[in-house]
Design a protein around this ligand. Sequence first.
Ligand code: SAM
Length: 292
Amino acid sequence: ELPEIASKARTRAIMETYGLTFKKSLGQNFLTDLNILKKIVAAAEVGEEDDVIEIGPGIGALTEQLAKSAHQVMALEIDSRLIPVLSETLSPYDNVKIVEQDVLKADLKELIAQNFDGRHKIKLVANLPYYITTPIVMHLLEVDVDFETIVVMMQKEVADRLAAQPGTKDYGSLSVAVQYEMDAKIAFIVPKTVFMPQPKVDSAIIALNRKDEKPNVPVDEPFFKKMVKGIFLHRRKSLWNNLQGLYGKDPSTKEKIEHALKNAEIEKSVRAERLSISQMVRLADNLFAEKL
Ligand code: SAM
C-alpha cells in the first residue's frame, strides 16, 4: 500500500515521476504535513453527511484526506498538467471527482447539480492559491451556493483582515464584506515549513460559518456595499470626508449627509474603522433614504 500523498518524500517522488515543476504563477505550494491536513479536515468537521468542494487540489494531498472523511469530493484544478497525476494519486478513492477548471470562471451551481446528490451539506475546504485569495473569497460569497462552512488556508496577513474586529488596524472593507454574512474565525496558524516549496510568509486556516441570521439587512444591498468600500477608501480621513468623496461636496449633498449621520446617531469626526457592521447598515439606510 502507498504512503499518504502528504509527505516530502512522496511529493518529491510524484513531481519527479511526472517531470513536473512547481508553478509559482499558479500559487503552487503543496502541503506535505499529514498532521496539518488532518487538522484542516477536523476544523471543517467533515463527515459522511458532507459533500466537499476543494479549490486547487495540486497533487491531491488535501483531497485524499477529504475523501477519507466526506461523502463526495469535487476538486477544481486549473493546471492541466496535474489532471493525469491526480487521476493516479487519487485512484484508490471512488468518491472523488476532479474538474479541470478555473474556480473564478466555473459555474459552481451547475457543477454541484451535476456531481452532488443534493441530499448532503456542502462544505468548501481548500489550501488557496495565494495570488488570488481575495478574489476567490469574494467570489464564494457572491455565488448562490449555501455553503455550510468555508475552511480555507491563506496568507496569515489576509486571514487577519478577514477576521478583524472594529477599532483594529486590520479592520476594513474586506472584514465587513465577509462578516456581514459569515462569522470569521482563525482556526490555527500554519508555519511555512510544511509546504513544498516554502512560501515567504506564514499562513492561517480561517473558518467562515454562515450567520444564523444576518445582523440587519440593508434596504439596498448594492448601495450598502458601495458605501462600505467608499468609507474605507482613505483610511486616515474621517467618515465625513470619505462620505463627501463618495456622494459629493456641494451644499445640498453635504446637508443630506449630515442629516443621515445625525439620524444614524454617528459622529462626523469618527473613522470608518470604528463602526460596527450594524452601524454601517444604519448609516447606509439613512443615506439611501436621503436619495444619495
Ligand atoms: N491542495 C494542494 C495542497 O494543499 O497541497 C495544493 C494547494 S496550492 C496552494 C494551490 C492550487 O490551486 C494549485 O494546485 C494551483 O494549480 C491551483 N490553482 C491556482 N489557480 C487556480 C484557479 N484559478 N482555479 C483552480 N485552481 C487553481
